[in-house]
Design a protein around this ligand. Structure first.
Ligand code: SF4
Length: 272
């Protein structure tokens, strides 16, 4: 089903059964993103999702909903979808999905709690940065305050999420300040995992245009490593959090639990 469409999923979900829910991105305006630039946004009809579920192994324990932001289909559709997954895959203990701060803002805590109770157990959310000017420059469509507010809502609904952030995104000379601000933002809520991505400037993006016009100067590798180190130094999670730079875009691959692995991770960066 939808085999010719672009489908992305987190590397941790490489062995997970994938269920397409949306195609393309209904926002499609982040300056750094080329993922769905040429794709038309559409929601997968329930009939097609049901047909897909019928063909999935009955004892499947984990499903990942694909699409840039499946939560954008709204509460009623998400509830219907989770009911359908429970019906066809009664042993499925975890439904995971990408989500955006913008779409979570459309849900109440009560609705998020209902979805959690029906099996939605993990979201992957792009926070990207902890500075409003950086989020604005990248046209991310969210502020730091909104990010914190929605993250706290998820905490109250006991819905776990991984926070994706992007280093290098603030530009040359701004990495340390962005790292401090990003750590300050993340310190306001509990997140299961902090997943870092390294900024890569792709052809066809607004960021590439900014680069060509000299409006954005990307930081060098040394400054990017300093950003990661500063981030690690400033993160003060109230509950253990995994810090994970193993995504292929990263310039260093480290992984550990905060706070206990902080020094080990920092030493790996210093000795890189
Ligand atoms: S980063 Fe996510 S929300 Fe932004 S354009 Fe890309 S897919 Fe859409």
């Amino acid at each position: 089903m939808y085999r010719n469409d672009t489908i992305y999923y987190p590397q941790d979900e490489i062995s997970t059964v994938l269920l397409p829910v949306t195609l393309g991105c209904n926002y499609n305006r982040c300056a750094f993103c080329s993922m769905y630039k040429d794709d038309r946004y559409r929601e997968v009809p329930f009939f097609d999702m049901e047909r897909e579920l019928l063909n999935i192994y009955n004892y499947t324990e984990r499903v990942f909903l694909t699409g840039a932001d499946p939560m954008s289909i709204g509460f009623d559709n998400m509830e219907k979808l989770l009911d359908m997954i429970n019906r066809y895959l009664p042993y499925c203990a975890c439904v995971a999905s990408y989500a955006s701060i913008r779409s979570i803002a459309r849900y109440s805590i009560e609705e998020l709690t209902i979805l959690h109770n029906k099996g939605l157990r993990l979201l992957y959310i792009g926070f990207e940065a902890g500075r409003d000017d950086v989020l604005k420059l990248m046209n991310k469509g969210q502020t730091v305050e909104q990010s914190i507010e929605q993250a706290k809502k998820l905490n109250r609904a006991s819905l776990q999420f991984n926070s994706i952030i992007m280093y290098g995104i603030a530009g040359e000379g701004e990495c340390i300040s962005n790292a401090v601000a990003t750590a300050d933002m993340i310190n306001q809520f509990n997140t299961s995992r902090i997943i870092t991505m390294n900024l890569i400037i792709f052809d066809g993006t607004e960021l590439k245009d900014m680069l060509n016009k000299g409006e954005f100067i990307p930081p060098g590798a040394r400054e990017r490593l300093l950003e990661l180190k500063t981030l690690l130094e400033n993160l003060q999670p109230s509950e253990p959090t995994v810090f994970d730079t193993t995504h292929p875009t990263n310039i260093i691959s480290i992984k550990g639990k905060l706070p206990q692995d902080r020094n080990r991770l920092i030493n790996k960066i210093i000795n890189h």
